[in-house]
Design a protein around this ligand. Structure first.
Ligand code: HDD
Length: 760
């Protein structure tokens, strides 16, 4: 840089204007220099994690939070001040003329406090308003230079800080977590070469093909405008009116009606970039890519009855789960996968790769794992970090580029635009959570809430007064849009139209349905039945059934029967009568069964029921064994606090039947001890606990005297077909029961027993 400085014709008395001379910088210690602005790049150490968790952080993570360091404030041991730093003597009383007299306009302390309070809310996100985020890092498995020059993939073991935010789409900021909805899956990579935002969902397809329809879709699904109902729900007339008139949404509707729409937790969801993107390597060679996030702990879902109950007992269910996993050190983790194909391969597929309503089946193009993301630090302040984080599809770095997907094109515009009203102006990139680690130098100036102090008189380019700085990086360093061959002349006309294969609205909807297990199919049918039964206009219900006839006749019949439609309406006319023959007609990887995860029970919540008179020691032993496996066992009793046990062992209930009901847990252990079990049997809440666990197909372990609780709840240890229910583990005293129960927990759910919803 010294040599560069010498060569530059800038004003010699102002060398520091360009940062080459440290002369005008404040002496060390006289003002805090944000560490992130120091030259020399990052050393990737994390300082604050230990303050929060008491644990030393793993080495090499979370450099992204360093730039937040200079704006973190901590009031420990500090006096109260105004925003101007003036110490406040009395924070209880406004200034009055005498103790009973009128308040005075002069009270600048009161006025500052109330004025700030009056403005402390910002508009919520137009969609995805309800969400939760966390910091972490992405680690690349190996150099991917043959595919992309993008900074995070430059070498094996390379760490890039990230901030991820998960969300529902339709509900408002304070709405419940367990709504049936798509989940947002947005990841901000603070790469060495600028911010890359991968703004995806937990479903790989979208409702519409063109951004032109996005406002219509959102208006249809949001609460109806006249009475502002229903909140965080698609089960109403305007949504189904719109989608039944938009057959391109059918494939995504199948996903939305599937178990994917009611995830067990953010940590157990897949994520998808949805669109086809481009990867570009140093030689300028281009490949097409679909991005996939695969959760380490498997893809798991709730059942509908459970989701409905949870939304009442704990509307923050997913937010709490993410927070607690991270605080406990059971860090959520995903592998990033690429499906890579060439332009020629893409052109030959039976579907159009620019159509966001289509997947590329994994059987056609396998997913290669390229790295992992670990979320290991909760935000310090929800508003400053999670609420103010601004994701933008247009944020890409050299090595990643856009395809011509028309939905993507609209998104490239929408995200930066929406932040201008949500975050109050064009400088939202300076809010610490949004600021890149890479240096920012350009001639953009001023605007609301500008933070940076640009030195010098030059804010234009070309210039000579500033030595030509900042200067263009050129193709070797800067972002270069991939040059694209012009289409054949007849295709070059300006048109408002779609390519032909976009018109195949049903083939992949059928592929998805046919690839599900019978239980998953039953859930889809039940979800359609429920949602459409909430629709008041019969014609809309019928239109939807007529569309489903194009997906799968038995499904249409099942839904129709559930809605009391005796005669099936005619199938909806298809836009494309003879779609190309699909490459695959079954894709087993689309079923949750194919996504069990690592087989561990990390972070699974298990209730061990307790009541006065149970055997304490065996309950403690199970607790210890489950804890050792990484689960979160909790003693749940008629009240919190000390529970008197039959063997005199000291035991404290962590939760009560009313503050943490059964459906909040992944598994249930019923204790030994006749008196305690009698007590449990006499309590309606305890019996509801048992019934819900069984009904929701969760594992149950039964010790000694508790067998009578199953009898009382009319629960059989056998399945209807006579085989033993693998989800019910009876402790036979041989010492193997806990391990069998751990396996049953790892399977997450035992749908073999499920009769809810009844099969029609
Ligand atoms: Fe979007 C937010 C994902 C289509 C316009 N979108 C938003 C978020 C996610 C997605 C995860 C929340 C980000 C966060 O946590 O802050 N959106 C998607 C996906 C889509 C999609 C996967 C289809 C493939 N979106 C889409 C279209 C448009 C938008 C077609 C407009 C043309 N989306 C927005 C937005 C939001 C947004 C209005 C609201 C808040 C925000 O951007 O920051 O600009």
């Amino acid at each position: 840089t010294q040599a560069l400085a010498a060569a530059m014709p800038f004003n010699a008395t102002k060398a520091s204007e360009h940062g080459f001379d440290q002369g005008l910088n404040p002496p060390p210690g006289s003002s805090a220099t944000p560490e992130s602005n120091l030259p020399g790049g990052s050393t990737l150490t994390e300082k604050n994690a230990s303050n929060k968790t008491g644990e030393p952080p793993p080495p090499g993570v979370n450099a992204g939070t360093r730039s937040l360091e200079c704006v973190r404030s901590d009031a420990t041991g500090q006096m109260l001040t105004t925003n101007q730093g003036v110490r406040i003597a009395d924070n209880q009383n406004s200034l009055k003329l005498g103790v009973r007299g009128p308040a005075l306009l002069e009270d600048f302390i009161l006025r500052e406090k109330i004025t700030h309070f009056d403005h402390e809310r910002i508009p919520e996100r137009i969609v995805h308003a309800r969400g939760s985020g966390a910091h972490g890092y992405f680690e690349s498995y190996g150099p991917l230079s043959h595919l992309t020059k993008a900074a995070p993939f430059k070498e094996g073991g390379k760490i890039t800080p990230v901030f991820a935010r998960f969300s529902t789409v339709a509900g408002e900021r304070g709405s419940k977590d367990t709504a049936r909805d798509v989940r947002g899956f947005a990841v901000k990579f603070y790469t060495d070469e600028g911010i890359w935002d991968l703004v995806g969902n937990n479903m790989p397809v979208f409702f519409i093909q063109d951004a032109m329809k996005f406002p219509d879709l959102v208006h249809a699904v949001k609460p109806e405008p006249h009475h502002a109902m229903p909140q965080a729900a698609s089960a109403h007339d305007t949504f189904w009116d719109f989608v039944s008139l938009m057959p391109e949404s059918t494939h995504t509707l199948m996903w939305l009606m599937s178990d994917r729409a009611i995830p067990r937790s953010f940590a157990t969801m897949q994520g998808f970039g949805v669109h086809t993107y481009k990867l570009v390597n140093d030689a300028g060679e281009v490949s097409f890519v679909k991005f996939h996030w695969e959760p380490k702990f498997g893809t798991h879902s709730l059942v509908w009855d459970e989701a409905v109950k949870i939304s009442g007992a704990d509307p923050d269910y997913h937010r709490r789960d993410l927070w607690e996993r991270i605080e406990a050190g059971a860090f959520p983790e995903w592998e990033l996968g690429f499906q890579v194909f060439s332009e020629e391969e893409g052109a030959a597929f039976s579907f159009d790769i620019l159509d966001a309503t289509k997947i590329v089946p994994e059987e056609l193009v396998p997913v290669q794992k390229v790295g992992r993301m670990v979320l290991n630090r909760n935000p310090d302040n929800f508003f400053a970090e999670t609420e103010q984080v601004a994701f933008c599809v247009a944020h890409v770095v050299p090595g990643i580029d856009f395809s011509n997907d028309p939905l993507l094109a609209g998104r490239i515009h929408s995200y930066a635009d929406t932040q201008i009203s949500r975050l109050g102006g064009p400088n939202f990139h300076e809010i610490p959570i949004n600021a890149p680690l890479a240096p920012v130098h350009n001639n953009q100036r001023d605007g609301m809430h500008r933070q940076s102090i640009a030195r010098g008189r030059v804010s234009y380019e070309p210039n000579s007064l500033g030595g030509g700085c900042p200067f263009q990086a050129g193709a070797a360093h800067g972002f270069v849009t991939v040059p694209e061959k012009l289409q054949a002349k007849e295709e070059q006309a300006k048109v408002r139209a779609k390519p032909e294969k976009f018109a195949d609205h049903y083939t992949q909807a059928t592929l998805f349905f046919d690839s599900q297990t019978p239980v998953e199919q039953a859930h889809i049918a039940a979800a359609f039945r429920f949602e459409l039964s909430k629709v008041q206009v019969p014609a809309i219900r019928e239109r939807m059934v007529s569309s489903l006839r194009n997906v799968c006749e038995p499904l249409a019949k099942r839904v129709a029967a559930g809605l009391g439609i005796k005669t099936l309406p005619d199938a909806m006319p298809k836009a494309l009568e003879q779609p190309p023959t699909p490459e695959v007609t079954k894709s087993p990887t689309l079923s949750l069964k194919a996504r069990p995860g690592d087989g561990s029970i990390t972070a699974r919540k298990v209730a061990i029921l307790v009541a006065p008179g149970i055997v304490g020691q065996t309950a403690l032993d199970v607790h210890a064994a489950l804890f050792a496996e990484g689960a979160v066992p909790r003693f749940v009793g008629p009240h919190i606090g000390a529970i008197e046990t039959a063997d005199g062992v000291a035991l404290e209930a962590d939760a009560s039947f009313e503050n943490e009901p059964g459906f909040l847990f992944d598994g249930l252990v019923l204790p030994d001890g006749a008196d305690g079990v009698d007590e449990l049997a006499s309590l309606g809440q305890a019996m509801d606990f048992v019934t819900d666990q069984y009904r929701h197909a969760k594992p149950i372990m039964v010790m000694g005297a508790s067998a009578m609780l199953l009898d009382q709840a009319d629960i059989s240890v056998d399945l209807p077909n006579g085989q033993a229910d693998p989800g019910i583990v009876v402790d036979d005293g041989t010492g193997t029961a806990t391990q069998t129960f751990v396996k049953a927990l790892a399977a997450h759910r035992h749908p073999e027993r499920e009769t809810d919803p009844p099969v029609l």
